[in-house]
Write a protein that binds this ligand. Structure first.
Ligand SMILES: Nc1ncnc2c1ncn2[C@@H]1O[C@H](COP(=O)(O)OP(=O)(O)O)[C@@H](O)[C@H]1O
Ligand SMILES: O=P(O)(O)OC[C@H](O)CO
Length: 494
């Protein structure tokens, strides 16, 4: 029998999922871990938590399936991207907590680099914008703020990695220091055109190349688990950053195909084929996947708060007990009220890139209550997606497909998906498997192992659950979207 184990190491939890020979989910295990907020705008994870939750969820998922690790054909790893770890190659000890993608502590470093005129070099080379979101300024911060680390890094004693590298290092007993091209593309150190680390950017940030992992394709030999860890040597054959894995899992293999994942944040990726498109509308150019040494590029729009706005209704305002209650509340909301919520809790991402901006609510009346807040929260996710799609259409014209494939926890909300179709004026396709991220990386590993179909065969297995067709009248849609744009402009100007 064939089984593939997918590890999905996310921002708030770690999941392990066992897939069978037909790429169907057999079991899954999930564990949350502690978020550390040492200062305003700072977010850290304990690297040991990332490792131990990986171990325990893998063991639990495999045991629940009535299997042992020896029954697993191959492992695939997908991960929260950009989050930055530095550890000692000798001892395997991290020298600092992981600095998470959401962390804004390097905003000043970015401002200085911008003022000095380095943004064109960075954007042309890496496809990214100069924002604290990406790894390189976080690596710089760790080296600058811990005595002796620059010297140790130069001597090759330290290793830098995104979460995939850290987990592979540990799973292989310290034998492999590797990453894949999609994770490398998020570091702001990788030349996405030449397919190698950029010595100019490394020098600019004083980051020795001796720290950096070897970059492989998404389906490649990433090493074998150390027998002492799981009691079996299992090959790791697939790796991709989580948003790229969702693009693969949603089978967006043709130029013009587009997916949007609604988890904590929302990330839309548009396949642009072998052409790295430079955005005129502040989107990111990134590697969607790399197979057989050939990168496929994508345009990406990143929204930092999507499902997290629903979590805020639950944990911050206490007006719901679980996320699914937003549906009934939104249905009850007063149609005469136009409450608009701009959820810039950690700044605004694409296409605004305003790290210091904070959230706002417009249109409050004495009658505004939980129902209107719930509707405004769900609508904010649709409005932000339309911002991304407008930017993509601005860059690609007709090259951007009209159909959007969605996945992630929030797509369980029919109300939110219907609003998304209404406000974008385009159909939204929800697949039967909402776990596209894990599926994508399981396919990479299984395909490399020779037990799953090739790319076309995999694409043919993609199955539609439901299409949400736009129903809103155009003048009403445009009025609503114009009100959102005014609300964002007002928020940015505070
Ligand atoms: N029925 C629902 N309606 C609205 N939001 C939901 C619903 N179910 C889950 N969510 C939101 O989806 C997010 C979880 O999705 P998930 O894909 O597991 O995210 P992540 O991988 O980022 O942790 C949470 O932020 C939650 O608030
Ligand atoms: O862990 P998620 O699902 O919130 O995804 C995080 C992204 O990879 C950040 O770029």
């Amino acid at each position: 029998m064939t089984y593939i184990l997918a590890i999905d190491q996310g921002t708030t939890s770690t999941r392990a999922i066992v897939f069978d020979a037909q790429m169907k989910i057999v079991t899954s295990a999930q564990e949350e871990f502690k978020q550390h907020f040492p200062a305003s705008g700072w977010v850290e994870h304990d690297p040991i938590d990332l490792w131990t939750t990986t171990l325990s969820t893998c063991k639990a998922a495999v045991a629940d399936a009535g299997l042992t690790m020896g029954d697993i054909t191959a492992i695939g790893i997908t991960n929260q991207r950009e989050t930055t770890l530095v550890w000692d190659r000798q001892t395997g000890e991290p020298v600092h907590n992981a600095i998470v993608w959401q962390d804004r502590r390097t905003a000043d470093i970015c401002r200085i680099l911008k003022t000095e005129g380095h943004e064109p070099l960075i954007t042309e080379t890496t496809g990214l914008l100069l924002d604290p979101y990406f790894s390189s300024t976080k690596v710089k911060w760790i080296l600058d703020h811990n005595e002796g680390l620059h010297a140790r890094a130069r001597l090759g004693q330290l290793a830098f990695g995104t979460v995939d590298s850290w987990l592979i290092w540990n799973l292989t007993g310290g034998k492999r220091h590797v990453t894949d091209a999609t994770n490398a593309a998020r570091t702001m150190l990788y030349d996405i055109h030449k397919g190698k680390w950029s010595s100019r950017i490394c020098d600019l940030l004083d980051i020795p190349q001796a720290m950096l992992p070897e970059v492989l394709d998404c389906a490649a030999d990433f090493g074998t688990t150390d027998a002492g860890i799981f009691g079996a040597e299992v090959p790791i054959l697939g790796v991709a950053g989580d948003q790229q894995a969702a693009t693969i899992g949603n089978a967006c293999f043709e130029p013009g195909m587009l997916k949007s994942t609604y988890g904590t944040g929302c990330f839309a990726l548009l396949n642009t084929g072998d052409t790295p498109v430079t955005s005129k509308n502040r989107l990111l150019t990134t590697i969607g996947y790399q197979l057989d040494g050939k990168p496929t590029y994508a345009l990406e729009g990143a929204i930092f708060i999507a499902g997290a706005v629903v979590q805020w209704l639950r944990d911050g305002l206490g007006i719901i007990e679980n996320a699914s209650e937003t549906q009934a509340l939104a249905e009850q909301a007063d149609k005469a009220q136009d409450l608009i919520l701009v959820p810039a809790f950690t700044g605004l991402g694409a296409p605004y890139w305003a790290p210091d901006c904070r959230g706002a609510v417009y249109g409050l009346t004495r009658g505004s209550g939980p129902a209107e807040f719930a509707r405004a929260a769900l609508e904010s996710v649709g409005f932000q997606t339309r911002d991304l799609l407008e930017a993509m259409h601005g860059d690609m014209g007709e090259g951007a497909d009209a159909k959007l494939r969605v996945d992630g926890g929030m797509t369980a909300s029919d109300w939110a998906m219907q609003f998304l179709a209404d406000i974008t004026g385009a159909p939204v396709d929800r697949p039967t498997v909402l776990e596209s991220t894990a599926l994508g990386v399981a396919w990479l590993a299984g395909m490399r192992a020779g037990v799953y179909p090739d790319q076309d065969g995999f694409a043919a297995t993609w199955a539609l659950d439901r299409t949400f067709e736009p129903k809103m009248q155009e003048p009403f849609r445009e009025d609503k979207y114009a009100a959102w744009k005014r609300a964002v402009q007002a928020t940015l100007s505070v």
